[in-house]
Design a protein around this ligand. Sequence first.
Ligand code: NA7
Length: 538
Amino acid sequence: MKASSQPAAGLDVVIVGAGFGGLYAIHKFRQQGLKVRAFEAGDGVGGTWYWNRYPGARCDVESMEYSYSFSNELQQEWKWSEKYAQQSEILRYANHVADRFELRDAIQFSTRVVSAAFDSASSLWTIRTDQGDTVSARFFVVAGGCLSLPRMPDFPGRDSFQGKLYHTGTWPHEGVDFTRMRVGVIGTGSSGIQVIPRIAEQAKQLTVFQRTANFSLPAWNTPMPAEYEAWFKAYYPARREKARYSSAGIANHPTPDKGALEVSDELRAKVYEAGWAHGGPGFTRIYKDILSNEKANETMAEFVRNKIRQKVKDPAVAAMLTPTDHAIGTKRICVDTDYYETYNRDNVKLVNVREHPIEAITPKGIRTTEKEHELDAIVFATGYDAVTGAILNIDIRVDGGPSLAEKWAHGPKTYLGLMTAGYPNMFMVTGPGSPSVLTNMITSIEQHIEWIADCLRYLGQKGIRRMEAQPDFEEAWVRHVNEVADTTLFPRANSWYTGANIPGKPRVFLPYVGGHGVYRMKCADVAFKGYEGFTLQA
Ligand code: NA7
């Protein structure tokens, strides 16, 4: 489905991606009279929610919050059917937005941007695609997503497997029927934790290959309670404003004024029980020091470990599922429906691949250092080259100079996560060094697109052709991002937040942990000061 009806000439902005970032960028920039074209690798809109069609795929931010706020009519009229929406409903919503705001004619589908080259003489970006397109535009906006480049570990013999191989991030559109199959799942991050209970319901035998036990919290998902929806909608503008100045871009998250160690053990236990009964990712924000103080963190970690021990009947399996190597919340916290309970089923087996690593994929299954597991299908829930993957997948250069991948060889450098020095007129949506994956992505996407849109208007009004981040401001921002991360427990964990999941990826804490509200104010301040830290040339 190729839908581009725009002439290639005279474009103001080329956008990478038609997920939630790309869709809003098209809408917002067009409202300002800019000519835009977006390239999207999928044959439909929705980004993450287009690709992640595995059974159980669901957002772990509540539907009432994980949705656009830019149109009050949209947020009032759209009805979410569940507290936490499943993938198909979120994809329906993305399609509704594309139709409602007539965005499709700006999108060329089934097309991947492969290179982008800036020419200083003309101040134009030339963008090339895998379909042979070459287009030029004044601005280049990368909204390719933070978790969109799937990672498939290169186990020896992978191609020799005679059964079916799947990755959760590139799930077949027609679905998969695992009935009567022996299925292996590699990976127990958010995707594994969501897909495992659903496959267990269908498969003859499910074997889970776990390297690291993760903390997961109950979602307690329900059909959307009518009164809750009505209440939320009555106060939508105020709730959205609260989200915009909150730490995670989520109005419903607690805003604690106490640390976990400032209260008695009895009170803390009661508070944890109440938080557990509420469920969801806000749990790790019940006390203000959970993510910064090891001892405080340990009180919550132990509470959750005890819940796992209570849920899982076999003590040996419970022990394997109990995380001990990282502080709770420092690897992306998971939210589940019946994850731990699934291990009480007779058809589910857990294999510890830290103790007995996977040696190879064989024609018949997976061979660990202990034994060969015979399988009919293998599901890789092994994650993504996060935050920088989709950006560096494009060969980006200025005047034939070094690629952005070369500049970032020792880790990404950005000013505010929005631009990178030496690469003028190129903006990143939720780029490294911005709060992005630590927040409600849609809150962060809206803030970035609105900041970029205001900036483009300013450049137009002032007759500025070239905008570029200044290296010293970039250095200071990178330093600040690291300093703030180092006040927390986050960098200690081997997580995709630090690039630790990709062999050879530089270890850098990728998102800005200072909080969405604080970050939003910094960005607004920079703009108010005439885009302080950016060089603007007429
Ligand atoms: P994650 O969170 O990166 O999880 C990937 C899982 O795969 C994790 O358990 C990994 O173990 C495991 N893994 C990766 N490589 C291997 C190898 N070689 N052997 C064994 N196990 C391996 O990805 P998800 O897709 O679950 O979630 C990504 C985000 O999407 C999620 O946080 C939400 O924001 C949405 P490890 O922990 O590295 O030991």
